[in-house]
Design a protein around this ligand. Structure first.
Ligand SMILES: [Zn+2]
Length: 315
């Protein structure tokens, strides 16, 4: 009887070994993730603040409001210069917020505090201050289409194309777009809004990626959940790998506890909370398996003081 069991086990193992790989494409790690590039640099632009309760950042957090930073990221590479996210529309810096927000202004003010910006804090002005002609930017890559990530495109020339993930542009046309954080004016700037041409290779358990410069130095990662087209960006700097999480993660608590995000009256932090939590779980796995990766969160109040802000540069 023991021999029969042994033979059965051996047969089962042989069949398993001979079976073709049945993992779904999303689970295949076909990209080599660590490809450092000595010529790649990152400059973090501080583009404003928005007051939000911690309980919106992560469930179980206190209801006290804090000023969340709003960041944009300038990436320079020998083959191009791109902005990842663009902060808010410059209207918030020039006293034109009411015109920009439009009819929803009273409701928006009731639910959210409006973003705070000072003149010169829009990305267009900040590029100029760094000696970079905004017209020389090859592309904006928006981690998603919310007003605090794409509004600043209005401060750039219309010749700069803007990339977003699949399913993001239709969000601007929904009846409740504004309540969801999308504002139609942000894609009526005359810029060319394109969908990221996703490639099948997965990374860190995520399904699709886009190797922007073709050398592994900057890899976009499809991570829907916060919004349908949300994405993250891996920057393979020589000194360290940095993962820009966009708003897939608000605070460290999201992946450390782990804890989902919260809600704010009629506004849900994530458009698909199940997918959003899957992304948080994968980020949690990255934090445990690759502690050398700096997880750079777009709005983490506690992380912000540790960041180098323009004109300082990460290389
Ligand atoms: Zn945001």
């Amino acid at each position: 009887m023991r021999y029969v069991r042994k033979i059965a086990l051996a047969l089962a193992l042989a069949v398993a070994a001979a079976a073709p790989l049945t993992l779904p494409a999303s689970a295949q790690e076909t990209r080599e993730w660590r490809q450092p590039n000595a010529d790649l640099s990152l400059t973090i632009l501080d583009t404003g603040r928005i007051a939000m309760p911690d309980s919106y950042g992560y469930k179980g957090g206190p209801d006290t409001k804090q000023d969340w930073p709003i960041l944009a990221f300038l990436v320079q590479h020998p083959n191009g210069t791109v902005l990842i996210d663009a902060g808010c529309n410059p209207a918030f810096a020039t006293g034109k917020a009411k015109e920009y927000v439009g009819f929803i202004y009273p409701l928006a003010k009731l639910i959210f505090d409006l973003p705070q910006m000072t003149p010169g804090q829009d990305v267009g002005s900040q590029l100029g201050a760094l000696g970079i002609d905004p017209a020389s930017i090859n592309a904006v890559i928006a981690t998603h289409g919310h007003i605090d990530h794409i509004g600043g495109v209005a401060s750039l020339p219309a010749s700069v194309p803007v990339y977003m993930g699949e399913g993001e542009v239709p969000e601007f046309s929904r009846w409740n777009a504004d309540l969801n954080g999308f504002h139609k004016l942000d894609i009526e700037t005359g810029n060319d809004f394109r969908t990221v041409p996703w490639e099948a290779e997965g990374l860190f358990g995520f399904g699709r990626t886009w190797d922007y410069f073709g050398d592994g130095s900057m890899v976009l990662i499809e991570a829907p959940g916060h919004t349908p087209g949300s994405l993250m960006v891996l920057l393979n700097l020589e000194s360290q790998p940095i993962l820009l999480t966009g708003d897939a993660v608000y605070f460290k608590q999201n992946y450390e506890i782990p804890a989902p995000k919260g809600n704010l009256f009629l506004h849900k932090a994530d458009s698909d909370s199940t997918k959003a939590m899957q992304v948080i779980e994968r980020v949690r796995a990255i934090s445990q398996e690759h502690p050398d990766v700096l997880l750079l969160l777009s709005h983490d109040v506690a992380q912000f003081p540790s960041l180098k802000i323009a004109p300082e540069v990460y290389r």
